[in-house]
Structure formats: C-alpha cells, structure tokens
Ligand binder design. Structure first.
Ligand SMILES: [Zn+2]
Length: 361
C-alpha cells in the first residue's frame, strides 16, 4: 500500500486510546481563556503564546508548565468544557473507545466532592454519547506528588463510591522523586477490588521502575514502559505475560526519554511480540493526535496495514472494557479494515488472519 493509501487507512481505522490525560487535552484557546480569566502571573495574548509556554527540556519543566495551565481549571463548568473538547477531538479521528484519566485529587483540593467531579465528567460523556459513537471509561489518576497518604484516602473514597464510570486507577508523576514502593497500600486496595490498575513507569526511570510497577504494585498495564528495552529479561517477561505497554512516541521524544523518533523502541517491542498500543498522553501539549502517532509508527518502523490492524487490536485487548464492549469494538474494527482494503485494492491479509488476532504479524 502506498503512503497516501496507508494514511487514508489510518484515518478510517476505528481506534482505541488508553493513555490520555484530560488535563493534557485542553485546547490552547481554552487554556488561554482560563488563564486570562483567573489573572494568574502568566497572561497569554494568543494561542501561540500558550504553545510557546509548552516548550520544555525535561520532565520537571514539563510538570511545572502543565501545573501552571491546569491550576486554572477551577470550576465544574471548566471540566465540562475540556471533557467535551477532548471527546470532539477523538471522534474527529475515529476513536471508538477511550480510557482517559483525570487528576481527581486536584479538584477535591478545590473543595468539590469526588462524586460531583466524577458525575460532572460522566454526565458530559453521556450527553456526548447521545450523538456520537464512542465508548468511554475513566481512570482515576493518583498523582505521585500528592503522596501516599492522600492516595490511600482517595482510593478508599473511589471504592466506597463504586461509580460505574470508573474502570481503573492509575499512577503518574515524577517516578524519580516518588518511587512505586510508596504506593503499595493504595494499589493493594485497588487490586483486591473490581478496578483495574495501570502505572506510569520506565519513562524517567529505567527497567527497574517497570519491574517495581509489576511486582510492588501489581500493575496490569504499564503506561509508557519505554525503557523496558534496557532489560531483555523484562521484554521477555512482558511478552510471556502479555502485559500491555501504552506507548506515546511523540511524548517520549518531546520529554527526551528517547533521542528522536527513530531511536524509539516501539518498533523493536512490536517485532519482539510485546503487546504495544499507540496513544497520545497529552495531545495538546505535545501537539499530536492519535492519527499522527499511527502515521509516525508506520513511517518510522516500516509498518503496513496488517501491522496497524494488530496494534489497533492490541488496544482493544489491553483496554479495561468488558467482554461485550471488546467484542463489539473488534467487529467494528474488522469490518472497517475489510472495507478499507477492498477500497484500496489491497489484499494484505486474509479473512482468517483478520479473525485471528493471536497471530502477531
Ligand atoms: Zn501519561
């Protein structure tokens, strides 16, 4: 398939996104309006000012830039607006299922109840779903910087609330300053509940951090996991136990986890049979989109339509959706892939292969 047809194929592919922070999906125009309204020290004059603000050399600078923008989310109406914008950006790219996370503690610290925050986002999602075909799950994100005490309290509240919208609990933030071991207790609670667990690891720190996410916290899924490549035993372990990595190529390049796109281990993980998925992390901050991440992966790692199908299918398998939703998403994916291949005149893989996702192509 030529490049133009492959890009068309990607755009039509029904996709899943599993690593996406609500606070990293605020459109520059909205960020500008919120910052000007709150009259904080940085008052952008234009969207370009906001984009310039999102320039950083390392994770610490990134965390600071993010905080000074997200500190401007101060009302439930703000949450409604950014949720709607995030969903609109996803449906534009034919994303049919998303698990996004949200730093719930941030809004509790502003005086809102956990239930009010989750209900606000949930009601916004339900209204949006009235007109669009997208399924959504919320991951309650624990921010490492809030410390283990608040993490336990928040998890206890989440479990007591037992909200149908919340599918899992995640951990993010600076893994160099707040190691996994601090969060053993909250994850013990999560792992003994119906909720799933996912942990950012192997981004600022190496393979040890991923081992710790798996063994100290019992993480089912690893967000990033990029530096797992530094330990061949770990790569074998991920393959053997089918542990998904939610990879974000542009984010890793922008935060200098890797030395450019070509140096990203995504292609190597895929070749070795790791269950990798493609995601955007903070799309507005990193100026990317899910379609863009698929195009980058295809071009940099010489992937064809059948590889991209496998990666999209990995996203469904790695999601925390129930079996019925997974099966529906798979049917939609298979049928669109067939149509796309027929339209492009390509016979890249057979019906039997489409129906057998266990074959890693
Ligand atoms: Zn992330």
């Amino acid at each position: 398939m030529d490049q133009e047809s492959l890009i068309k194929f990607i755009k039509k592919l029904p996709k899943v996104e599993l690593h996406l922070h609500l606070e990293g999906a605020i459109r520059p125009k909205t960020a500008m309006a919120m910052m000007r309204r709150n009259r904080r020290s940085f008052m952008p004059e234009s969207e370009q000012d906001v984009k310039t603000y999102y320039r950083f050399n390392n994770l610490s600078e990134f965390v600071l830039a993010m905080r000074s923008v997200t500190d401007n989310i101060t009302t439930l109406e703000d949450l409604r607006q950014i949720t709607n914008e995030l969903l609109a950006n996803l449906t534009e790219q034919n994303v049919r299922y998303v698990e996004f996370d949200c730093a719930l503690q941030k809004y509790i610290n502003l005086g809102f109840s956990l239930k009010d925050v989750v209900d606000t986002i949930y009601d916004t999602v339900l209204a949006y779903q009235g007109e669009h075909d997208i399924k959504v799950g919320l991951v309650a994100n624990l921010l490492r910087a809030h410390g283990p005490g608040l993490a336990i309290e928040l998890v206890e509240k989440i479990l007591a609330m037992d909200h149908p919208f919340v599918v899992g609990v995640g951990l993010s933030g600076d893994e160099t300053k707040y190691p996994q071991k601090l969060f053993v207790k909250p994850f013990k609670l999560v792992n003994s509940s119906r909720l799933h667990s996912t942990v950012h690891a192997g981004e600022a720190k190496g393979a040890d951090s991923v081992w710790s996410a798996l063994f100290d916290l019992g993480a089912e899924r690893i967000d990033h996991g990029t530096r797992s490549i530094e330990d061949p035993r770990l790569v074998d372990y991920l393959v053997k136990h089918r542990i998904p990595l939610t990879q974000c190529i542009t984010s890793n390049v922008r935060l200098r986890v890797v030395d450019g796109r070509q140096a990203h281990p995504f292609g190597e993980f895929y070749k070795r049979g790791v269950k990798v998925t493609l995601n955007t992390d903070d799309p507005q901050v990193f100026e990317t989109s899910l379609n863009n991440e698929y195009i980058i992966a295809a071009q940099k790692f010489s992937l064809d339509a059948s590889d991209l199908y496998t990666i999209a299918r990995n996203g469904i398998d790695a999601s925390f959706a129930d079996d019925e939703t997974k099966s529906l998403l798979t049917t939609t994916l298979d049928s669109q892939v067939k149509t796309s291949l027929e339209e492009s005149g390509s016979v890249i893989f057979s019906d039997a292969q489409i129906n057998d996702p266990t074959v890693q192509r």
